[in-house]
Design a protein around this ligand. Structure first.
Ligand code: TXA
Ligand code: MG
Length: 347
């Protein structure tokens, strides 16, 4: 792990990372959304190592990260004008677009699909790395498959330490939630994953878009399976519209679920936290910040989930958030984390 300045990354650290990528190594690096696990996108064996390191099925395609719009043509067969328009408005930033892929891109990157997902990240460290490498970098989130995405270098170390070659540590990421994924070529365009760029912002450019339903399978994209982005503990989304209703449902579920030795994590906004007695037995409280500051909640959400996990919570009680702006992405991740399915295997 190498510490780098988040705004002015040290050229020596970036050069070290570039050499590692060129040799076929795996480098975890910060983006403005979450940490990514990067490999040289045109090196098929490096790309295959990503799937092995994460325990990710080879059927789940990767996002290719590029330095600028001009580089899109290195991986895409065609760049429709709508992509130029979206790119000028939202890149660099947390938007991923599906495009027809070019034949020279190793099929492993796109899991054999005829599209490639591309994104131009804005984080200065990601930008410095992409520019210095002069390569497209294939990178999923740098977590074990199915687990909560990493918003700090330590999270990457916890999940993947020993399986990868280098981690660039530039501190916590800004958004804390993954990019918005859009298929801009469908009519109407289809939102595959809500993220930092909101539905309203996309619609201001595109007109109405269709939001894929959570369980919907699109282009065999298994990242859309219901339980994903999940902590290892069970998570329940407690009902309620107002803070008072949410407090009531959380406390009644906490009291129902309370058992000897069980630790219950409460993952709540400050409007809820302030109404909960800090002496409430067997609970660990994590305050996500105010409902009026969803960017702040977004920055803290995955970190708080991981903290509750490492403090031994075996059950996490959370609640839905307002759905505007990044709220749609946060509710999507909470809903997926709550989806009842088998537990992810802890390494
Ligand atoms: O913010 C982000 O997007 C982060 C940072 C590192 O850029 N990356 C990220 O990658 O979240 P990942 O692999 O964890 O999630 C990417 C999702 C997966 O669910 C994958 O199935 C979907 O994008 N995806 C990638 N290529 C696709 C394609 N060609 N067609 C449909 N879905 C695709
Ligand atoms: Mg991921």
């Amino acid at each position: 792990m190498i510490a780098v300045d988040p705004l002015h990354p040290e050229p020596a650290a970036i050069q070290h990372a570039v050499e590692c990528l060129i040799r076929g190594g795996l480098v975890a690096f910060p983006t403005e959304t979450v940490y990514g696990l990067g490999a040289h996108a045109f090196d098929p064996s490096a790309v295959r190592r990503i799937f092995t390191a994460k325990g990710r099925p080879s059927t789940d395609p990767l996002i290719v990260h590029l330095a600028s719009i001009a580089d899109v043509r290195t991986v895409a067969a065609d760049i429709p004008s709508i992509v130029e328009t979206l790119g000028r408005r939202f890149w660099p930033g947390p938007l991923t677009l599906l495009l027809p892929r070019c034949d020279s891109l190793p099929p492993e990157v796109s899991a054999g699909l005829d599209t490639v997902a591309v994104r131009i990240p804005s984080h200065p460290v990601a930008q410095a790395l992409l520019q210095a490498a002069g390569l497209p970098i294939a990178a999923p989130s740098a977590n074990l498959f199915g687990h909560t995405s990493p918003t700090q270098a330590r999270h990457v170390m916890d999940d993947l330490g020993g399986r990868i070659d280098l981690i660039l540590d530039a501190g916590p990421t800004d958004w804390g939630v993954e990019s918005t994924i859009l298929d801009p070529l469908k009519i109407p365009p289809v939102l595959l994953r809500p993220g930092g760029i909101s539905i309203a912002e996309l619609e201001s450019v595109l007109g109405p878009i269709r939001v894929a339903s959570p369980g919907e399978r699109i282009s065999a994209s298994p990242g859309r399976q219901p339980r994903h982005y999940a902590p290892y503990a069970r998570l329940i989304l407690c009902p309620g519209e107002t803070p008072a209703e949410i407090v009531e449902s959380i406390l009644s579920i906490a009291r129902r679920e309370r058992k000897e030795d069980r630790r219950i994590g409460l993952l709540v906004a400050s409007e809820i936290a302030s109404r909960i007695d800090p002496e409430e037995p067997s609970v660990i409280l994590r305050n996500l910040g105010s409902l009026g500051d969803l960017r702040g909640v977004s920055r803290r959400l995955f970190t708080c989930l991981r903290e509750l996990e490492s403090e031994g919570a075996d059950l996490i009680l959370a609640h839905r958030l307002p759905n505007g702006g990044v709220g749609a992405a946060l509710n999507d991740r909470l809903t997926r984390a709550a989806a009842e399915e088998k537990k992810s295997p802890h390494p």
